[in-house]
Design a protein around this ligand. Structure first.
Ligand code: ADP
Length: 378
């Protein structure tokens, strides 16, 4: 290992994850180039160089990657063939293209879990809605698009035969509905030397309509035994993937206390945002340490923390206005992160708040009132 601050780091995707990665990269004095199809992406104003381009296009990703030493991603929906070629010509690409290939397609991802003895909900692949009629033994179930689904888009609950028509007429998978008690996430980092570090388990609470995370609570109060098993499962997953980088492993805890892996993301993740203020090393710094093959940072919590996603208010589309933010900033231990998105729309992730303190249950009720105070409207 020898740290080279002159490494030119290319990041595919210029959203909020890239933006927070740049904030950490500045501390390492790294130069970051960012590429995103949106000319006003959150990274545009803070990357050393911003390329407005199509991250799914082979030629554009090749041209971008050839000007960098190390290439990483903040989204998995990128041109993997270009990344493979970049690796062949000697560029470092982390996470490696084979990892992105396995995870990008939920069908391949699920098969990977089965092949590696990682517990996941029983599933079958489908190519059209009519296929579900012969798979009713998996109902109540969840129909999921194999590719291009994110933040709950591309996921449809099929409770019974009567709901089958709600399914997708595109390559998808149907899996058994898990009657879970909690949804948790474990972020694990692995560097090229094979060292691993997991973050303490966090619990996620979803917005009932938007199907995306509304609150995150850290650390979890699950039994030590379950937390230890969750941490081991995350390590087993990143090792089986032979991955270098950061992996967020989302799991269900069933009513019987068993763990079932829902899905994973090979990058920094919404379930690690609290770590900027709530843990010794933030997930963004940890990602850089992993891909630069540096020693991984300590992940312990500094205190209890709650992360609140600031979602665009329903019924408002247009230039974002932040109502109640000044009032909320009176609260001790409150940190704000705005993602620099000019336009708001219903449920768009516009920023997040982290509350840090000593007493998690007090923070939980405070978080619910903060959520009512801050409104993003147009
Ligand atoms: P996305 O990739 O869009 O985040 P997920 O596969 O994580 O999609 O599904 C979104 C949410 O739907 C999950 O966080 C969970 O709340 C619910 N969900 C997904 N799969 C199941 C399942 N098998 N059983 C019960 N709930 C599920």
């Amino acid at each position: 290992m020898s740290f080279d601050p002159n490494v030119k780091l290319g990041v595919l995707g210029g959203g909020q994850l890239g933006r927070m990665m740049i904030q950490s990269a500045i501390d390492f004095n790294l130069e970051i180039k960012s590429m995103d199809p949106d000319p006003n992406a959150p990274c545009k104003s803070i990357a050393h160089e911003f390329i407005n381009g199509d991250i799914k296009d082979y030629d554009q990703v090749m041209a971008f990657g050839l000007t960098c030493d190390l290439i990483t991603v903040e989204i998995e929906n990128v041109n993997i063939e270009a990344l493979e070629e970049l690796q062949r010509v000697g560029k470092k690409v982390y996470p490696q293209p084979h990892v992105l290939k396995t995870i990008k397609d939920k069908g391949i991802q699920k098969k990977f879990y089965v092949d590696n003895g990682i517990p996941t909900s029983e599933f079958e692949l489908t190519s059209s809605v009519s296929d579900i009629h012969s798979l009713t033994h998996l109902l109540p179930g969840v129909h999921k698009l194999r590719t291009d689904g994110y933040d709950g888009r591309g996921v449809q609950v099929i409770k019974s035969k009567d709901d089958i028509s709600k399914g997708f007429d595109r390559p998808a998978l149907i899996e058994r509905f898990v009657d879970y008690e909690r949804e948790i996430s474990v972020i694990v980092a692995r560097n090229k030397s094979g060292n691993m570090a997991t973050y303490p388990v966090v619990e996620l609470e979803y917005h009932p309509e938007a199907n995306l995370v509304e609150f995150l609570f850290s650390p979890s109060d699950l039994s030590e035994d379950i937390q230890e098993k969750a941490s081991e499962l995350a390590k087993k997953t990143i090792s089986a993937l032979d991955m270098v980088g950061l992996l967020a492993v989302e799991m269900f805890v069933t009513k019987k206390g068993n763990l079932v892996v829902n899905e994973c993301a090979p990058r920094t993740h919404n379930s690690g945002h609290h770590s900027i203020e709530g843990n010794i090393t933030s997930q963004f710094e940890q990602h850089l340490r992993a891909i630069l093959d540096l020693p991984l940072g300590k992940t312990d919590v500094i205190g209890a923390s709650v992360m609140i996603n600031l979602l665009g208010e329903e019924g408002y589309t247009g230039v974002a206005q932040y109502e109640g933010l000044d009032e909320a900033l009176n609260i001790d231990g409150l940190h704000v992160h705005l993602y620099g998105k000019k336009l708001t729309k219903p449920f768009r992730k516009m920023g997040h708040i982290t509350l840090v303190g000593n007493d998690l249950s007090a923070l939980k009720s405070l978080a619910r009132s903060v959520k009512e105070t801050i409104k993003i409207k147009a």
